[in-house]
Design a protein around this ligand. Structure first.
Ligand SMILES: C[S@@+](CC[C@H](N)C(=O)[O-])C[C@H]1O[C@@H](n2cnc3c(N)ncnc32)[C@H](O)[C@@H]1O
Length: 238
């Protein structure tokens, strides 16, 4: 192979250029949370992450990581504040691989710094609707779907399911409609109305309903904390 073709292949494989434009939903709704350097200082703090999830962060992270095994090649569909990426890297271990993608270059740089001590982990810019990277043994999508519009939810669910090898699990952990008498229901209704305008689509539909190829997978769902959170596991049939 001549040097020119090698350079071309490398630039495709590394997929590390920023997308031309960040999506409108991210820029208009979540700049304060993800796109400013000050966001990292404020939100990437265990106390803040714990408080946002009403103390359930460890339980939900554990529920996600329990679905994966040492030695696997795992995709994390977006950066997450806190220690999920490090815990996933520890779960796959030194014989496995963790690839984290995020659409925002600022988040990619930050996650890269956080994962510097894990040689099995890499981080790159990509849209979860078109992750690239071929087929994975497992995929983790942690609290991304409620932050994207419904049309994008279809694209992301399909993009992630397409990236699952036969037998691989795609694990979605996210909000869910709480039980009618849940004491936090009125508070969360306010949070969703004012801060999370795309969450409603996830509260009134099953995640599997966003999947075009849903029959190629077996689906399992578990809810937590009075139904406020869900874990959905789609496993590609062999
Ligand atoms: C996973 S979600 C929310 C996670 C959670 N609130 C937390 O603790 O960080 C936040 C991340 O999703 C990223 N994101 C949004 N849309 C995306 C997409 N289509 N593909 C990949 N990453 C995306 C944002 O840039 C942001 O870093």
């Amino acid at each position: 192979m001549d040097g020119g073709s090698e350079a071309k292949l490398l630039s495709v494989d590394q997929r590390d250029e920023a997308p031309d434009d960040l999506p409108d939903y991210l820029v208009k709704t979540y700049s304060w949370a993800y796109l400013r350097p000050s966001s990292l200082l404020i939100f990437d703090n265990p106390l803040v992450v714990g408080a946002i999830l009403w103390g359930n962060i460890w339980r939900l992270m554990r529920a996600a990581c329990d679905e994966f095994r040492p030695g696997q090649r795992i995709l994390q569909a977006a950066s997450v504040y806190g220690s999920l990426s490090a815990t996933l890297a520890e779960t796959v271990g030194s014989d496995g691989q963790l690839e984290v993608i995020d659409i925002a270059p600022l988040q990619v740089d930050h996650t890269r710094r956080k994962l510097a001590g894990y040689p099995q982990a890499s981080v790159r810019v990509a849209d979860a609707a078109r992750p690239g990277g071929g087929r994975y043994d497992g995929i983790c999508c942690f609290f991304l779907l409620h932050e994207i519009p419904d049309a994008y939810k279809h694209a992301v669910v399909d993009g992630l399911l397409d990236s699952a090898a036969p037998g691989a699990k795609v694990v979605f952990v996210d909000y869910h409609r709480p039980l009618p008498l849940h004491p936090l229901r009125p508070v969360m209704q306010g949070v969703f109305r004012w801060l999370e305008p795309y969450a409603e689509g996830l509260l009134c539909r099953e995640i599997r309903d966003f999947a075009a190829e849903r029959d190629a997978f077996t689906w399992r769902k578990e809810t937590f904390f009075g139904g406020l959170y869900q874990k959905v596991v789609a496993q590609r049939k062999m």
